[in-house]
Design a protein around this ligand. Structure first.
Ligand code: HEM
Length: 409
């Protein structure tokens, strides 16, 4: 179905085509070389060079303008759809001053110091996960390994009781479609509404519980802000909890999955990391650069832009920032950008975005991936990935990750 929507004849940027999903990097090379500010059949401006992507994310002439841009794309009734109303309340889609207010309510839980303190808990979860499969001799690195850690950590942070969590471990990972820059079909919107209703049904009673029984967690913090008067509405509360839950796990699962795949496709780098575990911090930056689990973010022009990469952009237009392409731009990475090199100097991937929306969970994701990958290499040193050349990718573009990654040892 998505391919039908896609079939609008855009040979340069067709991000849900199977060939693009399998390997977007040759497509990015063409965009950067032939048409670095490309206009899609949907009228979006696609920035693929590092300099332009970086500027758009940081420059105040670009914002989110979610309601206006969504109404333009889907028509005036779209904001009546619950899933779009909910997204409209995400800090990720908000402009100042709402963005500043919403982000300010949770930012303290994500400081580098708070996240460093979580190391022992992260190590414990990774060790338990490996203990549970060690004697089996095989596992799916996505479902059995990468998935459990970020879900457990975000449940800990939100204060989701232990005995409620099984449903989250089993939940589908279909929400990513909301972020893709290709309009959703009515069926997809209906599925989004249903998932949103389920989340509302689960979270409202939990908010009630935390009002009565406060804990040391983010939901308690936010329900207290809501009760405090004009800091947060009930809709904003629910929407941002859903955002934190989603942003906090899918992306990190995929960082771990894509990183492990990249390492096993490059045995020299795998051997190097095993021999020099001290390279892990740089290796994580290189995994983020080499095959980012988030491939794109976007902005809207809040005023007319005279010149972006040689093009004039009117006010109110969407600009798509291709993070994965910026991360492979030879202008910034002259030494074979398409090669995995865990000891590459000066790796500063744009995978966490930039400017006021810079990913809130960046440091948390880095530490989770670092502990997960380092522990796996140490505890299962002879692990091999079964289908290293032809793995099954999930069909979404913005969130790039694998369906499964079977491995044995
Ligand atoms: C590898 C893992 C991750 C990647 C690649 C990633 C990437 C991103 C990107 C690209 C953005 C948008 C930035 C922009 O538009 O400039 C973002 C925003 C955000 N991320 Fe992450 N993320 C990851 C993990 C996490 C985690 C673990 C959490 C929370 C537990 C999280 C929470 C958020 C939130 C709340 C925002 C919105 C921030 C704002 O609008 O101010 N992310 N992330």
């Amino acid at each position: 179905m998505n391919e039908q929507v896609q079939g609008a004849g855009d040979p340069l940027f067709n991000p849900l085509a199977p060939d693009f999903i399998r390997n977007p990097y040759p497509h990015y090379d063409r965009l950067r070389t032939i048409d670095p500010i490309h206009v899609t059949p949907f009228g979006q401006f696609v920035a693929s060079r590092h300099a332009d992507v970086s500027l758009v994310m940081r420059d105040k002439r670009f914002g989110k303008d979610f309601v206006e841009r969504t109404t333009r794309r889907y028509g005036p009734d779209i904001m009546k759809e619950p899933v779009f109303r909910s997204m409209g309340n995400w800090m990720l889609q908000a402009d100042p001053p709402d963005h500043t207010r919403l982000r300010g309510l949770v930012v303290k839980a994500f400081t580098a110091r708070r996240v460093e303190d979580m190391r022992p808990r992260i190590q414990e979860i990774v060790d338990q996960t490996i203990d549970a499969v060690k004697d089996r001799g095989h596992m799916d690195l996505i479902e059995d390994f990468a998935f459990r850690l970020p879900v457990t950590i975000i449940c800990d942070m939100l204060g989701i009781p232990e005995d409620h969590r099984e449903v989250f471990y089993k939940s589908s990972r279909d929400g990513g479609r909301l972020l893709d820059p290709v309009p959703m079909t009515p069926e997809e919107i209906a599925r989004g509404n249903a998932a949103n209703a389920m989340a509302q049904m689960y979270f409202q009673p939990l908010f009630e519980l935390r009002r009565r029984n406060p804990g040391d967690d983010l939901i308690t913090q936010l329900v207290q802000a809501e009760e405090d008067g004009n800091k947060l509405t009930n809709e904003e509360l629910t929407a941002n909890i859903i955002l934190l839950f989603g942003a906090g796990h899918e992306t990190t699962v995929n960082l771990i999955g894509n990183g492990l795949l990249a390492l096993h496709r490059n045995p020299d780098q795998l051997a190097l990391l095993k021999a020099r575990p001290d390279l892990i911090t740089n290796a994580i930056e290189e995994f983020l650069r080499y095959d980012s689990s988030v491939q794109m973010t976007g902005r809207v022009t809040l005023e007319e832009i005279d010149d972006l990469g040689g093009k004039r952009i009117p006010k109110g237009e969407s600009v798509l920032c291709l993070l994965g392409s910026a991360n492979h731009d030879p202008a910034v990475y002259p030494d074979h950008p398409d090669r995995l090199d865990i000891s590459r100097p000066n790796v500063r991937p744009l995978s966490f975005g930039g400017g006021i929306h810079f990913c809130l969970g960046a440091q948390l994701a880095r530490i989770e991936a670092e502990i997960a990958i380092a522990t796996l290499l140490r505890r299962l040193p002879d692990l091999r990935i079964d289908a290293v050349e032809n793995p099954a990718w999930r069909p979404t573009f913005v969130l790039r990750g694998l369906k499964h990654l079977p491995a044995s040892w």
